[in-house]
Ligand binder design. Structure first.
Ligand code: FES
Length: 189
């Protein structure tokens, strides 16, 4: 049996219908993916919102049972307990901690009190990106690459770097120190 042809096209109608259906199928799948990406499901968006909210406002009533970020560990990979840390911490002496991805070391800032500051130093030199280390004798972070130096809050005291060391957010809650890999709401320097 001969199939009918559509318009000027030499494509049989059945073939054309099948092709239109496939185009429709691919188009609607891509549209669904795009919508899911732009408007995440309520449970996903709630999770994202709480993470952001509780990083900046950890004592908000919605954050009562939510701990943002990751738990800080000491250099022996043991979870840090706030009471134990403050029993031996000295104001002005940064404390190296782990926890964020890539096994990076960040430095908690100890304020008078002693208290743990709501921010920590990420030791990435702002000159060309080498990792700086805390030098207790000189009371400074020193870059091994070209000699930049920073004080205990990460402010430049010797070039060639011109900008302060980056900060990450710290949340102290339920006797834990939580590290959040984003800048704090306010840079106190
Ligand atoms: Fe640190 Fe150049 S990368 S001083």
């Amino acid at each position: 049996m001969e199939e009918s042809l559509s318009g000027n096209s030499k494509i049989p109608v059945r073939e054309k219908t099948r092709r239109n259906f496939l185009v429709y199928l691919v188009g609607s799948s891509l549209t669904s993916i795009a919508i899911g990406y732009i408007f995440p499901k309520p449970s996903q968006s709630r999770e994202v919102d709480l993470e952001t909210l509780c990083s900046f406002y950890p004592h908000n009533s919605r954050c009562q049972n939510y701990l943002p970020g990751v738990e800080a560990q000491d250099t022996n990979s043991k979870a840090i307990k706030v009471d134990a840390l403050l029993a031996t911490a000295t104001p002005g002496i940064p404390i190296p901690v782990h926890g964020l991805p890539n096994d990076s070391v960040d430095y908690l800032i100890i304020k008078d009190g002693p208290q743990i500051a709501e921010y920590a130093i990420s030791p990435i030199c702002t000159h060309l990106g080498c990792t700086v280390k805390w030098n207790t004798e000189k009371n400074r972070f020193i870059c091994p690459c070209h000699g930049s130096q920073y004080d205990s809050l990460g402010r430049v005291v010797h070039g060639p770097a011109r900008r302060s060391l980056p900060l990450i957010t710290v949340v102290v809650k339920q006797n834990q120190v939580r590290l959040v890999g984003t800048k704090p709401a306010i840079d106190p320097r």
